[in-house]
Write a protein that binds this ligand. Structure first.
Ligand SMILES: NC(=O)c1ccc[n+]([C@@H]2O[C@H](COP(=O)([O-])OP(=O)(O)OC[C@H]3O[C@@H](n4cnc5c(N)ncnc54)[C@H](OP(=O)(O)O)[C@@H]3O)[C@@H](O)[C@H]2O)c1
Length: 332
């Protein structure tokens, strides 16, 4: 009997996790759905059954012995409740940033480093949504040409800030003031995602830098990032400038990217075809286009990368990890 807890089940990521679980039909016998006291008693239809949302408390992982839990309720909840879940024998996949940089917590995108999943001590972390979509093309190219520097510029959808982010876009379009973002997101590109740190970078920018280094196993890799919130509903776009140690042929780069699992190359500039939000919305593949040489350096390229931040950037990636854990369990 395999039991799984979904923590943050009423949130944007949690709701999408339920959708992906319905699509994938994993071998899980029982689910329980948790959120805050605000949602207690809410009914959610899932897998042809009606579930009642429970309040997450310190007793939740004592009352039921869960084998697995998917957490998407923010850092504070992860910090407090994941150790309790792990103590009860549960394996947790966490969508928050809280445990990502812990040495004993694998940071996993299955297409890139599936083998890391099984090194866990009870917690496996999903990278940040902006890191996930970048890391697939970066890993594909790093394996072939060895990356020596990365410059990230992101154009991030309001859905990256959850249900409150979406409400801010809808409300400010209707003339109300902002609640979630520091400025009106309807009419502005806001060069601030998450809080500012002492080094003048935002936390989002540092997450991208540190997580990329951890996954590529290159702790000193020169990387810089500028993360911007823009007035679109869903899917993050990223301009990624990459320098390599080794020389390359641009046609080979196209081949390497096209052959990598989880990437779809869309690059037909003669027909004005390249990745845009509406093509990425609702799918799990990372879309890569505008692939071109950077003539200002010796071995450099530019990419434009678009992906559904709520699906592959969070929900689908964590369900993929859960799927691998369950497959392994049945292999033994
Ligand atoms: N949105 C994205 O694109 C994205 C991508 C990658 C990672 N993430 C991460 O995923 C997590 C969730 O993000 P989201 O976008 O789904 O946010 P969201 O829409 O704001 O949802 C937050 C969820 O957390 C629950 N929650 C809040 N306080 C709680 C408490 N005290 N006890 C139990 N549950 C509580 C909420 O329950 P109530 O409904 O009861 O308040 C809701 O289910 C965050 O850590 C975020 O950084 C998000």
């Amino acid at each position: 009997m395999i039991k799984c807890a979904i923590v943050g089940a009423t949130g944007l990521v949690g709701q999408t996790i339920l959708k992906v679980l319905e699509e994938k039909k994993l071998r899980i016998d029982e689910y329980e759905l948790f959120a805050s006291s605000r949602s207690v008693g809410n009914k959610i239809k899932f897998m042809d059954k009606e579930y009642t949302v429970q309040e997450l408390t310190e007793e939740s992982f004592k009352k039921t012995k869960f084998n697995y839990a998917l957490f998407s309720a923010g850092e504070i909840i992860s910090e407090k409740y994941i150790p309790l879940a792990v103590k009860s024998g549960c394996i947790v996949v966490d969508n928050s940033s809280y445990f990502r940089m812990y040495d004993d917590v694998p940071l996993v995108v299955p297409e890139v480093n599936e083998y890391e999943i099984f090194k866990h001590n009870g917690i496996i972390a999903n990278p940040n949504c902006s890191t996930i979509q970048a890391i697939l093309p970066l890993k594909a190219l790093n394996d072939e040409y060895t990356i020596s520097r990365i410059i990230y510029s992101t154009y991030q959808a309001v859905s990256g800030a959850g249900n409150d982010g979406i409400s801010d876009l809808v409300n400010t379009r209707n003339g109300s003031g902002p609640n979630k973002f520091p400025y009106n997101i309807t009419d502005n590109c806001i060069p601030q995602v998450d809080i500012f740190l002492e080094n003048n970078y935002t936390k989002e920018e540092i997450k991208m830098i540190e997580e990329t280094r951890k996954i590529l196993k290159n702790p000193k890799l020169p990387i810089t990032a500028t993360c911007v919130r823009i007035p679109v509903l869903n899917c993050h776009s990223e301009s990624i400038n990459i320098e390599f140690e080794n020389e390359f042929n641009i046609q080979d780069i196209l081949k390497v990217l096209s052959n990598y699992p989880g990437i779809t190359v869309i690059d037909e500039i003669d027909n004005n075809i390249y990745p845009i939000n509406e093509l990425a919305n609702g799918i799990d593949d990372i879309l890569v286009g505008r692939i071109r040489r950077d003539y200002s350096v010796k071995n450099g390229i530019n990419l434009w990368v678009v992906a559904d931040n709520v699906r592959k950037g969070a929900a689908s990636n964590s369900v993929q990890i859960l799927e691998k854990l369950i497959e392994k369990r049945h292999d033994i």
